[in-house]
Design a protein around this ligand. Structure first.
Ligand SMILES: Cc1cc2nc3c(=O)[nH]c(=O)nc-3n(C[C@H](O)[C@H](O)[C@H](O)COP(=O)(O)OP(=O)(O)OC[C@H]3O[C@@H](n4cnc5c(N)ncnc54)[C@H](O)[C@@H]3O)c2cc1C
Length: 660
């Protein structure tokens, strides 16, 4: 069923103030949509600017737009002393196309920023009536069902002025880690307060409109990236964190990982039955099962390829209950309308709430309060809709940082924790998209989010570094990260093929790491891929192409800016194609990377010089401060991390309860 769901417009400004942004939008969409589209897209870009949490990012982007609007600026950037918005579309397209594959990283970076800004808004934003003129052209239905009128089961705590509260434990962040800790501590009889920066949304809010949902449910509205714009950072940013938007794949921590953490990092607890019991408890509470992995058309062609090659192929365990596994399901990355996804909203947070935990949303913790080497609470800012900002102080015996692997290190740095390891060793499981066009209609936005995977290439070095091969739902706006843009005609051709596309996303278990630093109050992420990881990316691309070819694709291309495509049977075969991939490059802006799994930036270990928390999750340098989220991973998990994060948080709760 394809219905035009009435929805609030996702732009607040109706017209952009900036002719440069209108010209930029027009450059990328080049005649798609309708004549008013560039104006609406520019307004939406303006809104994205406005929402960026970092003041200096906002300033930088506005500065660049300002530069492009001046003769002297365009002269410096392009050699043409004419403001960008006075150029013809052909001239603008030609310069953006050149920037996309420029030898200068700075130009590629600018290209990526403007491409994502324009196309995310163009493909994901809507007219006032909730429709988008480009959807019919690309065969995308938009929302397939209206949100049900499900009442909210949690009543959050609201403030009516600056407030001080006290409790046994304050939990910062309500995602995979924070939700579990809140429930377990409440079950142990502790008085718990959960503080979450994002808002509270449930089935009644999940309207299947991409940009609206990204802005409400995702970290930085889905627009976050590493500082060089090379890797899109995709994470949750609402009550329930990543568990509300994630793809429900529920892998246990693999035995090889547990051994690595026990033997290589001296964290013997991971090899014990105690940790196994925590994983079992999480599996039980989430109702993880193997009965909800009906293979979608998008994945059927991939499974066919894996099996024809004789490669490993298996089905994912998932944390869903009573899921109809129909057309609707592919939209669950924007919240599950049927309530089948067992996010923390449906499980652990609800348990905590029912045991009297207080939950405050739209509440950003600015600082952990540390006195005489001991955490004694937090200071936060609460921004409730249509209210002034209030300051909230929470005094507590324990403070649990569970703000995710980007939020937690930034918070601890803002709090003055002098641990040299804070923010280091960030792991991202960097991934890339390999897209295939098939003769059959796949409608790749429909069906189970993920059901099939291959571990054929997970162990390329004997130490479980390699690539995991998975797919994911394909909606147009999120594809702005992946589908190459050379010019509007080429882009239009690719987008019109959307109904026949499938995707494989090789995810690398990264050897090296990046760094998170707190910059003007928000997080800056620096990350460079090392040689070994790039070699694994290459292997992943090759494997994905092999699967697509065996599965019957007629055209296969990578998420590289240069648009590198392979037609099965072409001269030189896959080997010659891989040479083209190499020539197009793997550097920042040359390849469209993304990360759905951030880990390791406040890692656990025994040495305060190289780790932030000890085996009991307590900070080496501040008593009463615990870390219980993906940032505590000693190394990348190699599998989708939710269950490992939750099992660690479950185990951590015992130590936290003892401290408060
Ligand atoms: C689209 C998508 C699909 C995914 N699919 C899967 C999957 O199928 N299987 C799987 O295992 N993993 C998946 N993941 C990854 C998984 O969801 C995350 O790894 C996991 O949720 C991380 O848990 P966390 O507790 O570390 O952080 P999060 O779940 O991200 O929670 C952190 C929370 O802290 C809040 N916060 C941040 N800073 C502050 C602050 N200063 N004050 C207050 N609150 C703050 C954030 O808003 C957020 O809600 C997916 C992720 C995404 C984005």
């Amino acid at each position: 069923m394809s219905t035009a769901v009435k929805a609030p417009p996702t732009t607040t400004a109706r017209d952009s103030q900036s002719p440069v942004l209108v010209a930029m939008a027009d450059t990328f969409i080049g005649g798609m949509g309708h004549p008013g589209s560039p104006i609406r897209v520019a307004a939406s870009m303006d809104e994205t600017f406005r929402r960026l949490p970092s003041e200096s990012d906002r300033r930088r982007l506005r500065f660049i737009v300002g530069v492009l609007g001046r003769r002297s600026g365009t002269f410096l950037l392009t050699g043409r002393p004419v403001p960008f918005h006075h150029w013809s579309r052909e001239q603008r397209v030609s310069v953006m196309s050149a920037w996309s594959i420029s030898r200068l990283a700075f130009r590629r970076q600018l290209f990526q920023v403007f491409k994502r800004l324009s196309l995310l808004a163009f493909l994901g934003d809507t007219e006032d009536d909730g429709t988008n003129p480009v959807w019919p052209e690309i065969g995308y239905p938009g929302p397939v069902s209206a949100p049900p009128a499900t009442p909210k089961s949690i009543r959050t705590t609201t403030l009516d002025g600056d407030t001080t509260l006290s409790c046994d434990a304050v939990v910062i962040g309500s995602g995979a880690g924070g939700g579990v800790v809140a429930a377990e501590l409440s079950a142990a009889g502790k008085d718990v307060i959960v503080l979450e920066e994002g808002g509270y949304y449930n089935e009644a809010d999940f309207n299947q409109l991409e940009l609206d949902m990204m802005r409400k449910l995702y970290y930085q509205g889905g627009f976050a990236a590493t500082s060089d714009a090379a890797i899109a950072l995709i994470a949750g940013g609402c009550l329930g964190g990543g568990t509300v938007v994630n793809y429900t794949t529920s892998f246990r921590s693999p035995d090889w990982l547990r051994e690595e953490w026990a033997n290589q990092y001296g964290l013997t607890a991971f090899a014990t039955d105690e940790y196994t019991a925590s994983m079992d408890a999480v599996y039980e509470r989430l109702g993880v099962n193997a009965a909800h992995n009906r293979v979608s058309a998008r994945e059927r062609v991939l499974e066919r390829g894996m099996r024809r090659l004789g490669w490993h192929a298996a089905y994912m365990p998932r944390n869903v209950q009573g899921c109809t596994q129909d057309a609707n399901c592919g939209f669950c990355g924007y919240g599950c309308q049927s309530g089948a996804k067992q996010s923390t909203l449906k499980t652990y947070l609800l348990d905590a709430y029912r045991r009297r935990a207080r939950i405050v949303v739209n509440c950003k913790v600015d600082q952990v309060l540390i006195e005489d080497g001991r955490a004694v609470g937090v200071r936060a800012t609460v921004r409730q809709p249509e209210m002034p900002a209030w300051t909230l102080i929470v005094r507590s015996r324990a403070v649990v940082a569970a703000a995710g692997a980007i939020g937690t290190p930034a918070l601890l740095q803002r709090s003055g924790l002098r641990s040299p390891a804070v923010g280091r060793w960030l792991r991202l499981h960097p991934g890339i998209a390999v897209l295939g066009v098939f003769d059959e209609t796949l409608r790749p936005w429909e069906g189970s989010l993920q059901a099939v995977y291959s571990d054929e290439w997970i162990n390329l070095d004997g130490r479980y570094h390699g690539v995991k091969l998975e797919s994911g739902p394909m909606h147009p706006a999120i594809l702005a990260h992946a589908i190459p843009w050379r010019d509007p005609t080429q882009y239009r051709r690719l987008m019109r093929l959307l109904p026949n596309m499938s995707v494989l996303a090789p995810l690398v278990r990264d050897h090296g790491g990046g760094r998170v630093t707190a910059k003007d109050g928000s997080a800056r992420v620096d990350y460079r891929m090392g040689k070994d990881d790039l070699a694994d990316i290459r292997r992943g691309i090759q494997a994905a192409v092999q699967i697509m070819e065996a599965g019957g694709a007629r055209e296969i291309f990578t998420g590289q800016s240069a648009y590198v495509a392979y037609k099965p049977g072409q001269r030189g075969g896959i080997e010659a194609f891989m040479n083209e991939v190499d020539r197009a490059g793997y550097g920042p802006g040359q390849m469209g990377y993304f990360s759905f799994h951030q880990m390791g930036s406040c890692r656990m270990g025994n040495d305060p010089a190289t780790s932030v928390v000890g085996p009991d999750h307590q900070a080496h340098l501040a008593k009463g401060l615990f870390v219980a989220d993906g940032s505590a991973f000693p190394s990348a998990s190699g599998v989708n991390p939710m269950i490992t994060i939750m099992a660690m948080a479950h185990r951590a709760s015992r130590f936290i309860a003892a401290a408060c």
